[in-house]
Design a protein around this ligand. Structure first.
Ligand SMILES: Cc1cc2nc3c(=O)[nH]c(=O)nc-3n(C[C@H](O)[C@H](O)[C@H](O)COP(=O)(O)OP(=O)(O)OC[C@H]3O[C@@H](n4cnc5c(N)ncnc54)[C@H](O)[C@@H]3O)c2cc1C
Length: 427
């Protein structure tokens, strides 16, 4: 006989945790099981953990109005009690950006760093456990039965009254399988494709005034996820629908308590929404990832701005010469030519935005600055939600980054709380 729970939550990222707290706050007697395929808990809260508390950062506007997001953000803020960072000299940068047809958004931000994020996760999961939630790590969820209300997992079957799937971006293939298996309609979703830029702090000093400056440029290009102080570029691995895998880059920083390395990294992303008759943004992004994988010999590609400007590939020597005065923090990349791998339209938009950024903050296009490719944000095809609270079928909800209802920690938490509202109405 399988164990049975009122609510099973797949994924212990911010969406899953936010949902669990919201349910317990209203109905403390609810039995909740959180399943996490990783060996530790809490998905993307682990990485850098900068939290943005201003709409529209992280909130896809087809799911959230400003008013809705603000109500939920207040609740997120009450739970996570973020130490909001000060910003300085904002209007100087804002005016420069405006003159160039771009914008610098003024966002309330907190930054815990990866070590601070780990402490937060520890405290949150301990609190949930003390309130009766069972958290099982190292367990991968499989298919769910609509009629049977049974969830298959790698350690056996569990029965549920309500199910919330919040498996994050890396769970996009799993969500796709769930949607197909359960007959949930879906629509194609946007993808974000771009590069990660790494440079010395002195070339991008704005981060001393504004930790994660959010610039929006023409052609749907934006800066995203800036890290500084003790900042590192990292590699992630994604698996395409046909089973092949490709690397994508990302970035994080440790808190201010750690030794600083004087570097900054941030993403420059272009959002792409394909329309009929082009099939799938997700498949397109996978093809780009696989192409980069081929050109990089299974590794991300990196190129110095100095080489890019001269129209030449970077070589191992490009990273040794005296002009190139810092080491890439992501080891094991292939020096090469990102313009061989990136479609012209994306490259043109991103390079134009880089030039605008260099006019706002002179220095960021120093020849030693490194561009890593690819940085791809994949989301599952978006479920056709049947109500405002991300319900997809009777007894089943999908929320968080994977389901396309968020693009960041605070919005993922808010999406989990919103799904919990729907679940609570039916418990
Ligand atoms: C390196 C890096 C740095 C980032 N930095 C920031 C930042 O500073 N600020 C910010 O706002 N956002 C940041 N993000 C994005 C942020 O992590 C996500 O927006 C957020 O975590 C999404 O929350 P989620 O709950 O939807 O999914 P996730 O946090 O991804 O959690 C989903 C969890 O589900 C688990 N899972 C997946 N499939 C299954 C399955 N079949 N069975 C069981 N478990 C499963 C996964 O292992 C994962 O732990 C960063 C992401 C990365 C990768």
């Amino acid at each position: 006989m399988e164990q049975s729970y009122d609510v099973i939550i797949i994924g212990s990222g911010p969406a899953g945790l936010g949902a669990a707290f919201a349910i317990l706050d209203k109905k403390p007697e609810t039995s909740i099981l959180i399943l996490e395929k990783g060996t530790t808990s809490s998905g993307g809260l682990r990485n850098d953990c900068k939290m943005n508390f201003t709409f529209p950062i992280g909130f896809p506007e087809d799911n959230w109005t400003r008013e809705e997001a603000e109500v939920y953000l207040e609740e997120v803020s009450r739970k996570l009690t973020p130490p909001i960072k000060e910003k300085n000299n904002l209007t100087i940068y804002q005016k420069r950006a405006e003159r160039l047809g771009s914008a610098l958004l003024n966002i309330r931000q907190a930054h815990l760093g990866t070590d601070g994020g780990l402490e937060l996760i520890h405290n949150l999961t301990k609190e949930l456990e003390s309130r009766g939630v069972e958290i099982r790590t190292g367990v991968t969820a499989g298919m769910a039965g609509l009629e049977s209300r049974i969830l298959k997992t790698t350690v056996g079957d569990f029965s549920f009254r309500k199910l919330l799937a919040a498996p994050g971006r890396q769970g996009f293939n799993y969500l796709q399988e769930l949607m197909e298996g359960l007959g949930i309609d879906y629509v194609d979703h946007v993808v974000d494709v771009g590069i990660r830029v790494e440079t010395k702090l002195e070339n991008y000093p704005i981060v001393k005034d504004y930790y994660d400056p959010k610039f929006h440029f023409p052609d749907r290009v934006r800066t995203f996820c800036t890290n500084s102080g003790a900042a590192f570029v990292v590699k992630e691995k994604y698996t395409a629908q046909d089973g092949r895998s490709f690397p994508s880059v990302n970035g994080h920083a440790w808190s201010e308590r750690r030794e600083q390395n004087g570097l900054v990294n941030f993403a420059m992303l272009k959002t792409i929404r394909l329309t009929e008759p082009l099939a799938s943004g997700q498949r397109y992004a996978e093809m780009l990832g696989l192409q980069a994988d081929l050109l990089g010999g299974g590794k991300p590609i990196m190129q110095r701005v100095g080489d890019f400007r001269l129209g030449q590939r970077s070589k191992v020597a490009s990273f040794n010469s005296d002009l190139f005065d810092f080491e890439p923090t992501l080891k094991g990349c292939t020096p090469g030519d990102i313009s061989l791998a990136m479609p012209a339209k994306i490259l043109r938009s991103i390079w134009k935005s880089m030039k605008i950024l260099d006019t706002i903050i002179p220095g960021v296009l120093h020849p030693s600055t490194i561009m890593y490719y690819p940085e791809i944000k994949l989301y599952a095809n978006k479920p056709a939600f049947i109500d405002q609270n991300f319900k997809v079928k009777d007894g089943i909800w999908m929320a968080g980054d994977g389901a396309g209802t968020s693009r960041g920690i605070t919005a993922a938490w808010a999406a989990g709380v919103r799904a919990a509202r729907g679940i609570l109405e039916e418990l």
